[in-house]
Design a protein around this ligand. Structure first.
Ligand SMILES: Cc1ncc(COP(=O)(O)O)c(C=O)c1O
Length: 400
């Protein structure tokens, strides 16, 4: 067996299953889950139709690079969304959802023969970054998000010696679980560090289309272009249809950025065997070409957050995030319990599932930035989300 497998941490939902083992959820309440970040709005009909109309493609092997029409649709979307020029032939590649690609990209980039190869990632973070780093033979370094600065990651906390051996940096904007969007000044700082130390930046942007303010979240490639880095050197952005178009089962997204990185990634993927099926490619072209369904989807999330956030803000440290579909809430000071106890007791008393924040973060520098926080995914239907919020308010009031 690959000895690196033993370094992998149990996935947060596995830990949640263990935490809930032996708990009997309150039978007086219907079950409501705010646990898993899985989109639950309906998949638009035209995407389903496009998939069904293209099944003839099942009779042939797809190429790893994808159809030129798909890459052009991705580049055209980037142009419309971020007003940036990306070459469809050399700077775009389809991926089967961003999860597999985030993982595979680390395997492409990391050179484990270099001493103490390091991958820096935010803390809390999407656990794939850590697993990808470990299986690539690197050591993860965790940079904490700072609640006092809208959960911006404290990149200044990373010691110079760590940056020197860093080969890959994962950033997540809008962030999971914090919802924080990185402003241009933060990108400028990271580009300067990347130039100085030669590391690659992998920018995970799968929540970019679910936002709550008028200003659209800044993208990594957009930030690079604004700062005159139109070759996107050492930068690659990961974009996905899963959340934007409510198709987590389609497994479709794309990466775009530095042509040299795309070339190496294509080579890796050719051997890895991760090409996108032709029917999925056709449905993806249709999805990237339409914004109406994305606006409708965003409106649903906005309405939900507008109903739920003020209720919870009365009893918890929580506010409307910049973007994404999570509330990242701090437990009230007077409630003397851990985030895991909170999740377990809430399930037992009110049949509502939330994810303990400490499961999404690592202890680093003596603290776990997820401790005494919980993540709530507002993916269920609006009435259910509001009902869950009311139960959480009652739960906290009953324990305070
Ligand atoms: C931060 C983040 N990145 C990537 C993904 C992967 O999404 P997908 O593989 O569906 O594109 C998720 C899914 O929950 C996520 O939360």
């Amino acid at each position: 067996m690959n000895p690196l497998l033993s370094q992998l941490q149990p996935y947060p939902f596995e830990r949640l299953r263990q935490l809930f083992a032996g708990v009997t959820p309150s039978p007086q309440h219907s079950a409501i889950s705010l646990g898993m970040g899985e989109p639950r709005h309906a998949t638009p009909r035209f995407i389903q139709d496009s998939l069904a109309a293209n099944l003839a493609g099942l009779a042939s092997y797809p190429s790893t690079a994808g159809e030129p029409r798909l890459r052009e649709a991705c580049a055209a979307w980037l142009q419309r969304r971020y007003r940036i020029a990306v070459d469809a032939g050399t700077q775009v590649l389809p991926i089967n959802g961003s999860r597999e690609a985030l993982f595979a990209f680390a395997q492409t980039v990391v050179d484990p023969t270099q001493a103490a190869a390091t991958v820096v990632c935010p803390n809390p973070f999407y656990q794939i970054y850590e697993g990808a780093a470990l299986l690539a033979g690197a050591t993860p370094h965790y940079a904490p998000s700072d609640p006092a600065r809208n959960y911006a990651v404290d990149w200044d906390s990373v010691p110079e010696a760590v940056w020197q051996r860093t080969q890959l940096l994962f950033v997540c904007s809008p962030g999971n679980p914090t919802g924080a969007v990185m402003p241009l000044a933060e990108w400028e700082k990271l580009f300067a560090l990347s130039d100085r130390h030669g590391f690659v930046i992998a920018s995970d942007e799968c929540y970019s289309e679910i936002y709550f303010r008028d200003e659209q979240p800044l993208g990594g490639l957009e930030a690079a272009a604004r700062l005159g880095r139109s070759d996107y050197r050492n930068l690659i952005a990961f974009t996905s249809l899963s959340k934007r178009s409510n198709v987590p089962g389609l497994r479709s997204g794309f990466v775009a950025g530095d042509a040299a990185l795309i070339k190496a990634f294509l080579l890796y993927r050719t051997y890895h065997g991760s090409a996108m099926g032709p029917a999925v490619q056709a449905a993806s072209i249709a999805a990237w070409g339409d914004e109406t369904h994305v606006e409708e989807n965003r409106a649903l999330y906005r309405a939900k957050f507008a109903r739920v956030t003020p209720l919870l803000a009365e009893v918890m440290d929580v506010r409307l995030p910049d973007a994404g579909f999570y509330l990242w809430a701090g437990l009230p000071g007077q409630l003397a319990m851990s985030d895991a106890d909170f999740a377990r007791e809430l399930l037992a008393q009110y049949n509502v599932t939330v994810l303990p924040g400490s499961y999404l973060a690592r202890e680093a520098g003596g603290a776990n930035p997820g401790a005494r926080r919980v993540r709530m995914a507002l993916v269920a239907e609006a009435d259910e989300c509001e009902e869950a919020a009311r139960r959480i308010v009652q739960f906290i009031q009953s324990r305070s």
